[in-house]
Each structure stands twice: as C-alpha cells, then as structure tokens.
Design a protein around this ligand. Structure first.
Ligand code: FAD
Length: 385
C-alpha cells in the first residue's frame, strides 16, 4: 500500500529520523539502567515535534494518523517501549487543547508544547484496567478547589512527569457519568510516586504507581468536566492501538533484518545456514506476517484519517501485529541459535517489548470484544440484546 505525504509531513518524518537516531543511541542502556531516554526526548523537542496531535490553531501539527503510524513504526524498530514514552504526552496535550476553557489551560498547553514541562496519562488503577469506568480515585469539591484521594497504577514515565493528567471519579459509584480529568503537579503535597515496577522488560518506560493522599488543587486544574472524562481519556484509543501495531511492525522488521544478516553469514555443515530450506521458509512466514501487519496498520490509519473512526480496523491491526511480532521475533531469535539469546544482538529486548505491548492500550481479548461486537451488531434482535 503506497501512501503519499505532503512536504510538511515529509519534514515531520525527517525530523522524526533524528529522534529515532537519538533513541537508538541510548535505548539498550536506558532499558538496562532503568532511566528515561532523555537524549531522545531532547531531540524530539529540538526537532519541533511536540504537538503532533494538537490542532494547528492551538500551536500543534495536527498530524494525520498515517504520519503518526510511520513515526511510530520507525521508533518501534529501535525500541517499542521507548516509543511509548513519547505518545501519551501527545494525547494529553491534545485533550488540553480540546477541553481547556480557562486562560491557565492555554498557558500550560504552551508550556508543554515548548517542552519546558512534561505531562503523562493517568487512568488505570490497581483495581481497574480494561474496565476504566470502575475507577475509584475520588475528587471532592472544597471551598478552595478540589481534593483528590486514591491510587493510580501503570503510569508511564511517572518519576519524570511535571503535570499528571489524572482521570478520577467525582461521584462515587457513578461510573462514566462522574469521571473528570485534572492536571496535578508533581510537587503537590500528598502526591507520591512508587519505585518503578520490576517487569519482564521495558524498564525504559519507568512505570510506577501514583499515590494521591489528600491532594489539594486549585479549581482551574479541572480540565475535563465530570461526565466527559472517560470519553476524553478514550478519544484517542483507536490511534493509540494503531500506533502500538505500528511499533510492533517496526520491531518485527528489525528482527527480520537481524536474522537475515546473521543467517547469510553463519556457516554450518559447509554452507551459510540461510541455504537450508527449513530456515528460508520460516523467514518467508515472518515476512508474510510483517507484510500483513503493515497492510492492516496502514489501512486502519487511513480509515481513521478518512472517517475519524477506525475501532474495528485498529482492533484487527493491534491484535494481528502484536501477535505476529511476538511469534516472528521468536523465530528470528531461534534462527540465530544460542546467539539469538544474547542481549547484545538486540532481539531479546524487542521480544520483551512486544510481549508487553499485548497488554497496552487494550489487551488482545479487548480487541476481540470490539471485533465481535461489530460482527454481531446486525444480529442484535436475534440475540435478544
Ligand atoms: C507498558 C504499559 C504501559 C502502560 N502505561 C499506562 C499509562 O501511562 N497510563 C495508564 O493509565 N495506563 C497504562 N497502562 C495500563 C494499561 O492500559 C492496562 O494494563 C490495560 O488497560 C489492561 O488493564 P489490566 O492490565 O488491569 O487488565 P485487566 O483489565 O484486569 O484484565 C485482565 C485479563 O482479563 C481480560 N479481560 C478483561 N475484560 C475482558 C472482557 N470483557 N472480555 C474478555 N477478556 C477480558 C484481559 O484481556 C486480561 O487478560 C500501561 C500498561 C502497560 C503494559
């Protein structure tokens, strides 16, 4: 599938190449040492990429999903979890642009777009993941603003965020009808960040819990009013899923390239191992899966750009590309024999990241919920639903 890009879009893609190069220089070290890819974040700001999803009249680029997809694929080819350290910020800045009504919202948006401060997306809780309407962290009105109490979980970049975009309940037990979005500063008394999680991998993401204990904030820090919070939080979910699919395409492309390079040089039984048909056909299967993943991902991005909705296309793409990447990287590592297990070949890190990507922005089961709901919609009467 060929895609054409305008000159402005080409410039964004070229600027992204600098970020990819910066990420490539630090990714393995950051993952090992559990630190953020600061050099890549600096390159991102220097390249003028902040505001990718923010409308142009509010200081952003209003980039099409097709462009975001190519950027995510290039970043994912280097480090998929490193790639997700950029995107949640963009979803938050776009939400501030969409919902902000107060002069302070314009100020903070400008500060975030300039890269002078960072933000991050805080929805999940220890007791509520896929079913986000069940969150219980509570914001109550006070005479001076709001008080927030509760625990949030799985916050990417948590120790390095200046302004947390926190989605909370404003009326206990009211589900989506009570959810609102607030900006909470890192230095707010009562806010503490846990140590980063010990995970299978992906430590570049510095994922932590956030504890909010009697945190008091000013009224203007309410950005998304009660009742609109869940919609705001999930408004970019199709794009987020397409981006995860694109990152997995990138990771699998790297796996295939590394395996081809290795198997055409490594000799066994008097010939390069790539001459064994068993290996050739395994590589051909990986290449087919990669091609199919890309087609689904680009198609979902195109559908989103054309119609503003691509729930089913995004679900297919995310489900297929994450599975294909996990299966394909397994094959690529196996083709390298024991050497495929060594961290310095780069593939174990990618393998860990694509495994983690299965849980990100909706698990594979949740993609199946979306797909089957659409499949069964015409039969609603027959099913009595
Ligand atoms: C690397 C990473 C980074 C993340 N970053 C952030 C972040 O920055 N901010 C944030 O808010 N969150 C973040 N998350 C959290 C992520 O959004 C949640 O993990 C995700 O929503 C799934 O929730 P859960 O893990 O609690 O699983 P649960 O919802 O508890 O699901 C458990 C199991 O039940 C299955 N299941 C649930 N419902 C159904 C159903 N209806 N039908 C069939 N099966 C079902 C799931 O597929 C899963 O297998 C991150 C997660 C990861 C892995």
């Amino acid at each position: 599938m060929s895609m054409s890009f305008s000159q402005d879009e080409q410039r964004l893609l070229e600027a992204n190449d600098c970020v990819v190069a910066a990420l490539a220089g630090v990714a393995a070290e950051c993952d090992r040492d559990r630190c953020p890819p600061r050099e890549a974040w600096t390159a991102y700001v220097a390249a003028g990429l902040k505001g990718l999803l923010t409308p142009k009249d509010k200081g952003g680029h209003a980039a099409r999903a097709a462009v975001m997809t190519r950027m995510s694929e290039a970043l994912g080819a280097v480090d998929p979890i490193g790639a997700i350290t950029f995107l949640p910020q963009e979803y938050c800045i776009a939400a501030i642009a969409q919902f902000g009504q107060h002069a302070w919202h314009d100020e903070i948006r400008a500060t975030l777009l300039a890269g002078a401060k960072t933000t991050g997306f805080v929805l999940t809780e220890p007791g509520a993941g896929s079913d986000a309407a069940r969150i219980t962290t509570l914001a109550s009105r006070t005479s001076e603003g709001w008080r927030i109490d509760g625990v949030k979980a799985w916050v990417t970049n948590a120790p390095y965020i200046d302004e947390y975009f926190v989605f909370v309940q404003t009326e206990a037990g009211s589900g989506a009808a009570g959810i609102a979005g607030f900006l909470v500063p890192r230095d707010a008394p009562g806010l503490t960040v846990s140590a980063p999680y010990e995970l299978l991998g992906g430590h570049i993401g510095n994922i932590c819990d956030l504890h909010l204990d009697d945190v008091r904030i000013a009224p203007e820090r309410l950005v998304v009013p009660p009742g609109m919070g869940l919609r705001a939080a999930l408004s970019a979910i199709d794009l987020a899923r397409i981006n995860v699919a694109a990152m997995c395409c990138g990771a699998l492309a790297t796996g295939l390239a590394v395996a081809l390079d290795y198997t055409t040089q490594r000799h066994a039984f008097g010939r390069p191992i790539a001459q064994f048909q068993g290996l050739q056909w395994q590589l051909a299967e990986v290449a087919t899966d990669l091609h199919a993943s890309r087609l689904m991902t680009y198609d979902a991005a195109d559908a989103l750009d054309q119609s503003g909705r691509a729930s089913v296309e995004a679900a297919h793409a995310k489900k297929f590309a994450t599975r294909a990447a996990l299966r394909g990287l397994d094959v690529c590592m196996s083709q390298m024999g024991a050497n495929g297990l060594k961290r310095d070949c780069g593939l174990p890190r990618l393998f860990e990241h694509v495994k983690i990507a299965h849980s990100l922005d909706g698990t594979t089961d949740i993609q199946n919920v979306v797909i089957s709901r659409a499949l069964l919609a015409p039969y609603r009467e027959r099913l009595g639903a």
